[in-house]
Design a protein around this ligand. Structure first.
Ligand SMILES: C[S@@+](CC[C@H](N)C(=O)[O-])C[C@H]1O[C@@H](n2cnc3c(N)ncnc32)[C@H](O)[C@@H]1O
Length: 198
């Protein structure tokens, strides 16, 4: 199994976007992110993109007048994002599962894609805590879920949907809808719309 905290380096980082750009999921995610931002973001908002990876949405954030705070554990992925030369983005190397590396950051909105399924349930809870502490209003989270038990998906694993709802609501993250991306292989992959707070 891949260790996501060390895998995205060197050639993997340099070729990350090129190897994914043809994927249907890649473009559906981009459409969903744009639709969600147009509905919920205001000019001048701070958006936490974590993990930001190569910063594939930085141009969109600039267009919408959103200031991006992008965090990623991989210096090489951050270097790819910095090469996009996005003046309103602040890009930093940070471990999302290590709260002391994150304080005292704060954002209005957060986007978290292609990360949750690399995590154990215990790590998912740490991510939920980090996102709920760092974000004031809303979060868009990509997650593949299955009904009764975890399912293997391309080296990663689904989370059990009911457990995710319970775990998120314990940290005041409330599901208010989703953008479906793929379904029908024993799991659903969707971008969940989460509201922060009661
Ligand atoms: C599949 S990529 C997703 C990047 C981006 N969100 C996207 O959708 O293109 C997973 C990213 O998670 C980062 N990552 C892995 N573990 C991390 C951690 N503990 N804290 C922050 N970033 C991490 C990797 O460096 C990599 O850039």
């Amino acid at each position: 199994m891949i260790d996501p905290s060390s895998y995205y380096r060197g050639r993997v980082a340099r070729t990350y976007e090129a190897t994914r750009q043809g994927q249907r999921e890649w473009s559906l995610e981009a459409e969903a992110v744009e639709t969600w931002l147009r509905a919920h973001a205001h000019r001048g908002d701070v958006l936490l993109d974590a993990p930001v990876g190569t910063g594939r949405f930085l141009a969109l954030y600039e267009t919408l007048g959103i200031r991006c705070l992008g965090l990623d554990i991989s210096a090489d992925m951050i270097a790819e994002a910095r090469a996009k030369d996005s003046p309103d983005a602040e890009l930093r190397v940070a471990d999302l599962l290590e709260p002391t590396s994150l304080a005292p950051l704060v954002s209005d909105l957060a986007v978290c894609l292609r990360f949750a399924n690399w995590l154990t349930e215990e790590e998912l809870e740490r991510l939920a805590i980090a996102l709920s502490v760092l974000t004031r209003r809303r979060i868009l989270l990509g997650i593949a879920t299955s009904r009764d038990s975890p399912v293997d998906i391309a080296g990663a694993r689904t989370h059990v949907e009911r457990r995710v709802h319970d775990l998120f609501s314990d940290h005041l993250l409330f599901h208010e809808g989703r953008y479906p991306i793929t379904a029908g292989r024993g799991y659903d992959y969707a971008l969940w719309l989460l509201r922060v707070g009661s």
